[in-house]
Design a protein around this ligand. Sequence first.
Ligand code: FMN
Length: 200
Amino acid sequence: MFIKSPTILPMLGTENTPAVPHWDLDSGSESITFRTAMRRFIGGVTVITTRHENRPWGMTVSAFAPACMDPPTLIVCVNRNTITAANITADARFAVNVLSQEQVNISQHCSRAGSDKFIEDFEIPKDELPDRIKMPVLRDSLVTFDCKVNCEFLVKSHLVLIASVDSILAPAAKLPLLYGDGQYMHGVSVDQVLSEGALA
Ligand SMILES: Cc1cc2nc3c(=O)[nH]c(=O)nc-3n(C[C@H](O)[C@H](O)[C@H](O)COP(=O)(O)O)c2cc1C
């Protein structure tokens, strides 16, 4: 493994400058470098909701992706040693709540290792939801996917879940919450910045 501090890159291809790339990360399959490299991947944030002791429970998860459009199927990965993993294995159900930028506090609440992650304060009351929805739905989410587990398997520390989407609920469009480089971020539309710059 080789990790070095950031380098100012020379202009490649200029006279007397060899066109050799300088890498911040340059390694094989070492997990510490993989972890560092993954910090560069900026993505959305979700809270996976389940039931624990008959109460709503949530866990912050960014390892989420669509797996197939027809039938609607998604994939999530959760640490096998979490209460959430145990809840999902027991019920074969969960919901994925894709977070908006109004939900940093719930993301923090649901990512504290070892602490209770009950979410009564953040969920939409059951009588305000369509009857078909089975798992807890968080207020202010961008979209919630209510899911049934099709298949689960272990990859070392993590439980990989492939689930079919039974129901989709989304309020009026909101702005997404992003996470990367160890911090929460807000998305900015490049088109909007360009048009505002052009108008200024
Ligand atoms: C932004 C963010 C994304 C996360 N993504 C994942 C993830 O994809 N899978 C996972 O197992 N843990 C993820 N975590 C960590 C879990 O939220 C955290 O370890 C978990 O809530 C601990 O649960 P426990 O108290 O039951 O052990 C993430 C944390 C944060 C802050």
